[in-house]
Design a protein around this ligand. Structure first.
Ligand code: B12
Ligand code: SF4
Length: 378
């Protein structure tokens, strides 16, 4: 009988697709293991998600929980406790950004049996092998665990080029439910992993050690355009840490987007200086369908980015607003043409010094650029 691998996404008020589970599921041999994804975000309540989790435990080889720092930790802990109280023999694996940064703390709190650090695909595959065959864990790169109270951190796993991984199987998710909750047919897509920069406020340099790898243009194009057509998608959100890290990849994507007469809108994040460094020709190409744009910037970086923003505004002949985030509040910057912006209040409250995305109201093709307190950002 196939054992089940259960993935659990803790409750949080967002409806972003759980791409991490599509990434992990893409490498799992599903003739050996059956994969179940429970996303507490799309369930009526965490309790309903916990009931689903409990019901799946009898066949479970392990439960993988994805954890980012902040409020989702509360339900990550609750879900781990559900597993431990229903069947303490089922191993709980925590992966994602938070356990990648603080694995010892996560393990010592007693909620996880294993933490997976960084890129999860190959590490999780090895862990599944060991769990299903009763093999040892000492040789599995990228995992941490406790043995007789001692924290064991195995050597790090070598970062794998994302082109080695299969395409995501979006049919593993109830996409229509996500579209309904998002109120648009918006698809999240991950076209690259890691980031070559090291902004002081960011988790990326710790987790990916400044490595970056992106899908080759041809693969990216096929995967994105295929998903858009198959699921009748109107908006694509690239959830890459740094979509623009490789300029020629982006240029080719834009060219094919235009040549293919694509109609979907797309959003991606970039370091502000990557945008500011674009040639005028490429700025025009990138921003050609915009009717306005906004740059959200930490107050301390406002002065430094004013000149590049003025240059962008001049080049594209559209209103470009600069929104300062000051003491947790968004302020439309004087002297720059104001635009109507909707900044998610919760995001702004946490935005100092981290830059966050801004959605520009009534914009056909929104551009989203953020800047951190050291003049750079995502
Ligand atoms: C989508 C997103 C959001 C969405 C939804 C967040 C959510 N809670 O789901 C929104 C816009 C709401 C958001 C908000 C915030 N976010 Co955010 N967000 C992202 C983003 C851009 C994409 C996530 C994604 O889909 N990744 C794609 C998947 C494939 O990658 P992955 O999750 O890393 O998964 C891989 C590995 O981590 C691992 N893995 C992951 N889970 C698991 C589980 C198991 C069992 C295993 C084995 C492995 C594993 O394997 C996967 C494949 O390699 C990431 C950056 C990024 N690119 O990851 C930031 C990121 C997660 N966000 C971050 C931050 C800081 C925030 C905010 C605090 C920002 C702010 N100041 O307001 C808020 C609040 C978030 C919260 N605490 O609830 C940080 C988190 C750092 C941390 N310590 O956890 C990140 C990493 C950005 C960064 N570079 O610093 N965010
Ligand atoms: S903030 Fe953005 S550009 Fe800076 S290190 Fe993080 S992902 Fe890279």
């Amino acid at each position: 009988m196939r054992r089940s691998v259960i993935f659990y996404n803790p409750a949080a008020p967002y409806f972003t697709l759980p791409l991490q589970f599509l990434a992990l599921a893409s490498v799992i041999d599903r003739t050996r293991f059956s994969v179940h994804i429970i996303d507490a975000r799309i369930e009526q309540s965490p309790e309903v998600a916990h009931a689903k989790l409990r019901a799946l435990l009898p066949d479970a080889l392990c439960v993988g929980i994805s954890v980012i720092t902040g409020t989702p930790i509360r339900d990550a802990v609750a879900a781990s406790q559900v597993v431990k109280s229903a069947d303490p023999t089922v191993p709980v694996v925590w992966g994602g950004w938070h356990p990648s940064i603080l694995p010892e703390q996560c393990l010592r709190e007693g909620h996880a049996d294993f933490c997976v650090k960084g890129q999860g695909e190959m590490t999780f595959l090895d862990l599944l092998d060991a769990l299903s065959t009763g093999g040892g864990f000492e040789s599995i790169e990228g995992i941490c665990y406790l043995r007789e109270g001692l924290f064991r951190e195995n050597p790090p796993r070598k970062f794998v080029d994302v082109n080695h991984f299969p395409s995501y199987d979006y049919s593993l998710l109830p996409l229509e439910r996500y579209f309904a909750l998002k109120k648009r047919r918006q698809l999240d897509f991950y076209s690259s992993q890691g980031c070559p920069y090291r902004c002081s406020f960011c988790a990326d340099p710790y987790v990916y050690n400044r490595r970056w790898s992106g899908l080759r243009e041809s693969r990216m194009m096929t995967d994105v355009f295929d998903a858009v057509g198959r699921y009748d998608v109107t908006d694509v959100v690239f959830q890459d840490e740094n979509f623009f890290a490789n300029k020629s990849r982006v240029q080719q994507f834009c060219q094919n987007y235009v040549a293919g007469g694509m109609k979907f809108s797309w959003t991606a994040t970039s370091r502000a200086d990557q945008i500011a460094d674009l040639s005028l020709e490429h700025l025009h190409l990138a921003l050609r369908d915009l009717d306005r744009a906004a740059v959200l910037v930490d107050a301390r970086a406002a002065r430094r980015v004013r000149a590049p923003i003025a240059r962008i505004a001049h080049a594209v002949s559209i209103p470009v607003g600069l929104v300062r985030v000051e003491h947790g509040r968004a302020v439309v910057h004087a002297g720059v043409q104001p635009v109507a912006v909707h900044v998610p209040v919760a995001a702004v409250a946490q935005a100092v010094p981290v830059a966050v995305a801004v959605r520009v109201a009534h914009v056909a093709r929104p551009v989203v650029v953020g800047v951190g307190d050291n003049g750079v950002g995502t």
